[in-house]
Design a protein around this ligand. Structure first.
Ligand code: NAP
Length: 316
């Protein structure tokens, strides 16, 4: 193997964790490659408003913050490719990543593949995704200007995105499986005061129906089991369903190769996994707070740990 083509650090995933890792690795003059499958920024790139990233004050959006992360990565010189990794060999001293567009070799790997929105899992959901069912308010809110929309979930994301949707939709109804919200108190208070918001408690979406676009859904009362059908307003002929019920880690590729718990990768305080030379960062790891600030911190730690590992295990 030609050592010239071996990277010091290959990072899988270009969200906040991966971008922060690439910035730190590039700045440390490591031969670094950032592999992203589609678009930088990860999940936060579909969030409209960021209030709690330190230093990101008024007018900061997910995309604007991620653009700054990306520019900083470019400044410090990490190589970047767009590719989807389909297989990994992590055991050896040199790690091998197989992508759709090529093979990559590296002394260390940082897994920062993130998480993806959790689906409801009911009939009709897949069929109507993009035809009334959405997982991104910033992307799709404008399609529902003056229509009715329903938001599924009771956490911070559901309530915040529901309020964002009130700027477009005529009416926003939050469907939650219990009768109290999980969202932070301050967020709840704003939602309860919003005249365009209403709440459907103890309710779960059982089935989504329509012809071409969503026009009805079956709701189950989670206490009584009773089923009711919600129909689109006759003049509208359709409504939107936005789903925000949490996230699943994108860890399938690493199953059986890196230690996990409930599909989240286990990493220690130095972001080391159980496999030497393999680190993990961001939403894909088991942790208690999944935010941009914690993802970025993980990425910084992972890159620094990878650098130390290389110094200890490889001679120049
Ligand atoms: P979350 O906090 O895990 O909330 C998920 C919500 O969806 C819960 O209300 C849950 O109901 C519900 N749910 C889960 N599975 C469901 C299913 N199969 N069917 C119906 N409902 C289901 O997720 P999140 O709101 O996406 O937030 C993720 C993390 O990001 C959290 O740590 C959150 O604090 C953070 N976040 C923070 C902010 C902010 O600080 N501004 C904004 C967005 C997200 P139960 O309540 O009954 O479990």
């Amino acid at each position: 193997m030609d050592m010239q083509n071996i990277y010091d650090i290959v990072i899988i995933g270009g969200g906040p964790a991966g971008l922060a890792a690439a910035l730190y690795a590039g700045r440390a003059r490591m031969k670094t490659l950032l592999i992203e499958k589609a678009k930088y920024g990860g999940q936060i790139a579909i969030t409209n408003e960021i209030e709690n990233y330190p230093g990101a004050v008024e007018e900061e959006s997910g995309p604007s913050l991620m653009k700054k992360f990306e520019e900083q990565v470019i400044k410090f010189g990490a190589d970047r490719v767009f590719d989807t990794i389909v297989d990994v060999e992590l055991e050896g001293k040199i790690k091998h990543l197989k992508g759709n567009n090529g093979d990559y070799y590296s002394k260390t790997v940082i897994i920062a593949a993130g998480a993806s929105p959790r689906p409801i899992g009911c009939p009709g959901e897949k069929e109507f995704t993009g035809k009334g069912v959405s997982y991104c308010a910033t992307c799709d809110a404008n399609f529902f200007e003056d229509f009715e929309v329903y938001v599924v979930g009771g956490g911070d994301s559901a309530v915040e995105e529901a309020m964002y949707l009130t700027k477009f939709a005529r009416k926003v109804t939050l469907i939650h499986r219990r009768d109290t919200l999980r969202a932070a108190q301050s967020i709840q208070e704003k939602a309860f005061k919003n005249p365009k918001m209403s709440f459907m408690w103890n309710s779960a979406v059982e089935e989504i129906k329509g012809e071409g676009v969503v026009s009805s859904m079956v709701i189950r009362n989670t206490v009584t089991g009773e089923l009711t059908t919600v129909e689109a307003d006759e003049d509208d002929g359709l409504f939107g369903i936005f789903v925000f019920i949490g996230f699943d880690p994108k860890s399938e590729l690493f199953e059986g190769k890196v230690a996990m718990e409930n599909r989240y990768i286990l990493a220690d305080a130095d972001m080391k996994t159980n496999v030497p030379g393999v680190f993990a960062a961001g939403d894909i790891i088991k942790k208690s707070l999944r935010q941009v600030v914690t993802a970025a911190a993980d990425g910084a730690v992972a890159a620094t740990s990878a650098q130390k590992y290389i110094e200890e295990h490889f001679e120049d």
